[in-house]
Structures are given as C-alpha cells and as structure tokens.
Design a protein. Structure first.
Length: 229
C-alpha cells in the first residue's frame, strides 16, 4: 500500500473510532507496518491539517474530530446494503480495501433512520468469502499497476514450480472465480497470467514499465467488460 493510500485509510479508521480512539499498536497491526511508521503517518496527517487528536494513558489512543466527516448522503437502505455486499463478496478484488473504506465512509454519514434500516437488512445477507491473498502482496500489485512500475514477485505455479520474476503489470482480470495479474514477464519475455493467490511475495521496484498495452494481452472474452461500465 502506498503511503498516500495508507494515510487515507488511517484517517478513515480514526474517524470510525469515534470518541473511543484507536491505539498506534492496533493501527500498526492493521496496516502491517511498525508503530514508528504509524506515528510518522499520524504526524503527517496532523501537519496536513487533519484534526487528529490524541489521548495519553493505558486506554489512550488517536482519533479524528467530527469536523472531518462528510455531509449527509442520500441513499436508500437497499442501495447502501448493495454497496456493502459488493465489497464484502469481492474482498480479494484489486483495491478492495480502498473500496470498503469508501463504502464505510458513505454508510457512516447516512441519516440515522436509513443507516438503522441498512444495518438490519445487512444482517440478512451472509457471505462465505474465500480467504484473500495477503494485504502486503495485494498492495504491492495495486501500487505497481497504478504507478506503472516493474513488480518483482515470488510465484509458485500450479505444477509447484517456484520462481522469482520481474513483471510489468498491464491489467487485473477475474475469470473462473479467481483474480489474475496479467503482465509482461521478463523471465519468459512474453505476456503471462499470474494467479494472485499463487504470488507469495511482491515488491515494487523503481524501474518504470516500458509501455505494454492492454491490446497486447489479446481479445477479451465476449462476456468480459471493464469495471467502469
């Protein structure tokens, strides 16, 4: 996860903690970074003008003043639950953490009556989501695609062969209930599909991609579409 994305996610967690606040240790566990890094993030938020407050002591923590909330948003209970269900069912999708944070932000500022009805309806929807890949791996893949940087991955194929590869990410694709990273593989010197669930480690290098395009991947299936449609 890029620092800018983590700062946004941290601010959302602070806002949702309300008057109780949340400890630096819990934030560090949530975002898989050190307490020192979280404290630098909190200082960065405060320096940028975010109304961050802190409370010392054993039950202390950090929070965000109510002035940081969004104005009321008009959604029906069913619309609100549709957003929550979509995010919950696709927890392994690219940028799922950011989507869930945005949806929580929207739901939190609904009028109390709508939010109560949405909560009641949400209790009637159960989702048995498959375990997702690690947050660290997904964050690296998302950053590499967004920034168009070469990604270094440790990958184990379906046959059990493990290799380390440099990949230029081109797109994410979902097919057969599984997410793939599609990119130009330096090891094979060709376009390859990598099952995200089989990527054991991933790190973003400083090497820029050379401009491989979606067209190089080939023609998508007839029923395939981009998420903005």
């Amino acid at each position: 996860m890029r620092r800018s994305e983590r700062l946004h996610a941290v601010s959302e967690m602070l806002r949702r903690s309300g008057t109780h606040g949340v400890s630096a240790e819990r934030l560090a566990r949530e975002f898989e970074v050190s307490v020192r890094t979280i404290k630098r993030d909190l200082a960065g938020l405060a320096n940028s003008g975010a109304p961050v407050w802190s409370r010392p002591g054993p039950n202390g923590g950090y929070g965000l003043a109510p002035s940081a909330s969004l104005p009321p948003i008009t959604l029906s209970p069913a619309q609100a639950v549709a957003l929550m269900a979509a995010a919950s069912a696709a927890s392994d999708a690219p940028y799922a953490d950011l989507a869930a944070a945005g949806i929580r932000k929207i739901v939190d500022v609904l009028d109390p009556g709508t939010r109560a009805r949405a909560d009641e309806l949400a209790d009637r929807i159960w989702i048995d989501a498959a375990p997702s890949s690690s947050r660290a791996v997904r964050s690296a893949l998302e950053e590499a695609l967004s920034e168009q940087r070469v990604l270094r991955i440790r990958y184990t194929s379906a046959e059990g062969n493990t290799t380390t590869r440099d990949v230029e990410p081109v797109l994410f694709a979902s097919t057969g209930g599984r997410w793939y990273l599609v990119g130009w593989c330096h090891l094979r010197d060709a376009m390859r599909w990598f099952a995200v669930s089989r990527i054991e480690r991933a790190s973003v290098t400083r090497i820029p991609c050379r401009g491989h395009t979606v067209e190089e991947v080939g023609e998508p299936p007839q029923n395939a579409r981009s998420v903005h449609r």
